[in-house]
Write a protein that binds this ligand. Structure first.
Ligand code: GRF
Length: 187
């Protein structure tokens, strides 16, 4: 069961998948890691694990559809059974969804449909919720609107900052993502 992971940031979610695979806890193999950022630390984590990486920056003023088609081709070259967006900060467009729709999942640090978008942890904290969490869902054409596959609740502490809350969410999110990918790989 071949997985391509897309990440834009530090890659701690990617690292959880890499660690699970190495520990024999993931019935799948991560065959490539891609990013929209050439300097994403997630790519360094992939390289350290001996995994092929690719990057396709979306340069300012570039045509979005061209970028989407280019990314789709880079992903397709690795013939994935599943694409996992793990902290990938770009919306995937119609070319990508035509090719991988239904076989691409995303992890989001909030209990969707609450707090979609780029600032989920900040928005949850600002709203004063006492419980938030993480959601893994199937990517569709909307923003964080796909079919929910799994969720995990995470308590909010009175003295939480965005950083402390996000770190607590990430601990639960990593387990949820490994569990969800394991289920999909086995189905
Ligand atoms: C995760 O919480 C993910 O849900 C959100 O950004 C974070 C990525 O963290 N989109 P990392 O890059 O995997 O450390």
């Amino acid at each position: 069961f071949r997985i391509v992971v897309l990440a834009s940031g530090s890659g701690s979610l990617l690292q959880a998948l890499l660690d699970a695979e190495r520990a024999g806890r993931l019935p799948a193999s991560i065959v490539a890691v891609g990013s929209d950022r050439v300097d994403a630390h997630a790519l360094a984590r992939a390289r350290d694990a001996g995994i092929t990486t690719f990057a396709l920056p979306l340069t300012r003023g570039a045509d979005r559809a061209t970028w989407d088609a280019g990314l789709t081709a880079l992903v397709a070259a690795h013939e994935p059974d599943l694409v996992v967006s793990a902290g990938f900060m770009k919306l995937l467009g119609e070319t990508f969804l035509a090719r991988f729709g239904g076989r691409a999942i995303n992890s989001h640090p909030a209990l969707l449909p609450s707090f979609p978008g780029m600032h989920a942890v900040r928005d949850a904290l600002a709203h004063g919720v006492k419980v938030t969490g993480a959601t893994v869902f199937t990517i569709d054409a909307g923003v964080d609107t796909g079919e929910i596959l799994g969720q995990v609740a995470v308590p909010v502490a009175d003295d939480d900052t965005v950083e402390t809350l996000h770190e607590r969410i990430k601990v639960a999110e990593r387990e949820l993502l490994v569990r969800t990918v394991t289920t999909l790989a086995g189905s």
